[in-house]
Design a protein around this ligand. Structure first.
Ligand code: SME
Length: 160
């Protein structure tokens, strides 16, 4: 699928009134399936001052809760800006999940300036993420923000 087809597919899932948890799961699976350089794809949701891991595809990570002042994940959520790290081993903020990971992109999920969470993607390829990835993922983050803001009853079945 091209970027627009990915966005259209995700948009078409929105009115089906999936629970947010199911919707997020469908989105991480779709991104992982459609972009072979996305080795690990997950969504973190902001709960208080912590990012809590929601649905993901890839190896389990020890980082199921990340304080806002830690990691590339914390930096992206704190700044509200997409962060692309071409070489994770050269970034002192990096919290390792898998030894094979070489690069990472983190895209905040925002609604009217408020941070709701983020999309986190790791690649086993160095410098894997291009402006094209940023474009589609910022679009997807906008759709996730819409779904999260609609479903105020979201619960956290993943990590208590
Ligand atoms: N690498 C992230 C932690 C999350 S795991 O990669 C899934 C970070 O530095 O914040």
């Amino acid at each position: 699928m091209n970027n627009q087809e990915i966005l259209n597919t995700i948009h078409s899932l929105l009115p089906s009134r999936l629970e947010s948890a199911e919707f997020l799961t469908a989105v991480v699976k779709l991104l992982h399936r459609e972009r072979p350089h996305y080795t690990w794809v997950g969504v973190y949701l902001l709960v208080g001052e912590e990012l809590v891991l929601g649905p993901f595809v890839g190896k389990p990570t020890p980082h199921t809760r990340i304080p806002l002042n830690q990691g590339i994940c914390g930096a992206a959520a704190s700044s509200g800006q997409t962060l692309i790290v071409d070489d994770v081993n050269a970034d002192p903020r990096y919290l390792a999940c898998s030894l094979e990971t070489r690069s990472e992109i983190v895209v905040p999920i925002k609604y009217q300036g408020r941070i709701l969470g983020e999309i986190d993607i790791d690649s086993d390829q160095p410098a894997a993420f291009t402006p094209d990835d940023r474009e589609v993922l910022e679009g997807v983050a906008g759709l996730l923000a819409d779904s999260l803001i609609i479903d105020t009853t979201i619960s956290f079945p993943w990590h208590g």
